[in-house]
Design a protein around this ligand. Structure first.
Ligand code: PLP
Length: 374
């Protein structure tokens, strides 16, 4: 089936017992233990609402096994705690999501797990950090906020040759634009708070992987307890029905906006993998089905003054919603870096990151045009 169909139905059209086209929200936390089959309990990640939405995400990501979590960080930390142990070493892409950076630096070290961060996104920078006890490699592509593209084939080849587990945070791309398991990546994680949820109103996460790794992650997940409540499972499932529609619209509007900004001559740099002069354009073209709804650019004057002039586009952290939002990485995601670290990462004070929504592109461009002019 086509991805548009899978977004609505998952693997099969579900007709509920009472004839409804939807599965109701099962709020029960207590289940019959005399019933045959595994014991149901929300923290066992196996109630009907949890299973239904996890299975849909699994299908969209082309994996064998899927779980939904109470946040993206719950999904990511549970995965790492499940797959790594005392004495292991893991390599993380240097410019991963700030929350993940803190979590692994602070929490994993407490458990005697060594972590290293790469200088850049080339496979050479990962290879340089390999050690005898390296067990996993963790990447994020497109990256935040400069939309750098990591070559999935190269990372997979490196990991397979050394028997390392490869993990990717696929939040920015969403499974509509990128299915890393198809390219050989072992584990996909998501902050469902972003594109999967898509309406800036739920917090959740997801993991998709093989049955073998899924079994390990599942056991740790039950112990750590980051399960998702039925109401949010329902909202997430509802959001997924329009995921392909939303993301395709966001892709096309982001492309238009990126081209407008570039041609305007009024900004210093535009970072979008859909632009031919983006350094990751060719790789993105090969490994992605769309270039995504995220882009960033450098304004010529003061970034805050520019943002204040926008009327339709709202300043906000977070991303992936139906409404277009803008944020300053220096003031938000990268505020804790030193000036020098930011300089090394290429993140200027004038940089703004746009999360393109589903509004009409003409209206969005008019808003940007006005702010650039005045
Ligand atoms: C937001 C985000 C996370 C963390 O997700 P939460 O739902 O906030 O826990 C992880 N990775 C990326 C890329 C994100 O944007």
């Amino acid at each position: 089936m086509n991805i548009l169909t899978k977004c609505v139905h998952g693997e099969e059209v579900n007709i509920e017992k009472n004839g409804g086209v939807l599965t109701p929200i099962y709020t029960s936390t207590a289940y019959d233990y005399l019933d045959s089959g595994p014991l149901n309990y929300p923290r066992y990640f196996n109630t009907i609402n949890q299973k239904e939405v996890a299975d849909k995400i699994k299908i969209l990501e082309k994996g064998e096994f899927g779980l939904v979590f109470s946040s993206g960080m719950a999904a990511i930390t549970t995965t790492l705690m499940a797959l790594l142990k005392h004495g292991d070493h893991a390599i993380f892409q240097g410019d991963i999501y700030g929350g993940t950076h803190y979590a692994v630096s602070q929490e994993l070290k407490k458990f005697g797990i060594e972590v290293s961060f790469t200088d850049d996104i080339t496979d050479d920078s990962f290879r340089k950090l390999l050690k005898e006890n390296t067990k996993a490699v963790y990447i994020e592509t497109p990256s935040n906020p400069l939309l750098k593209i990591v070559n999935l084939k190269e990372i997979v080849a490196m990991c397979k040759s050394r028997d390392l587990i490869s993990i990717i945070d696929n939040t920015f791309a969403s499974p509509i634009n990128q299915t890393p398991i198809f390219w050989g990546i072992d584990v996909v994680t998501h902050s469902g708070t972003k594109y999967l949820g898509g309406h800036s109103d739920i917090t959740c996460g997801a993991v998709v992987t093989s049955n073998e790794l899924g079994d390990k992650i599942y056991k740790t997940a039950v112990n750590l307890g980051g399960s998702l409540d039925p109401q949010t499972c329902y909202l997430l499932d509802r959001s997924l029905k329009t995921l392909a529609l939303r993301v395709r619209q966001q892709n096309s509007t982001a492309q238009e906006i990126a081209e407008f900004l570039k041609d305007s001559g009024k900004v210093n740099g535009v970072y979008y993998p859909g632009l031919k002069d983006h350094p990751g354009h060719e790789v993105a073209n090969e490994q992605m089905n769309g270039f995504g709804g995220m882009l960033s650019f450098e304004v010529k004057g003061d970034a805050d003054e520019f943002v204040k002039k926008l009327q339709l586009i709202k300043p906000a952290i977070s991303l992936g919603g139906v409404e277009t939002t803008i944020s300053s990485p220096v003031k938000t995601s990268h505020s804790k870096l030193t000036d020098e670290e930011r300089k090394k990462a290429g993140i200027k004070d004038s940089l703004l990151r746009l999360s393109v929504g589903i509004e009409d592109s003409t209206d969005l461009i008019a808003d940007l045009k006005k702010a650039l002019k005045s």
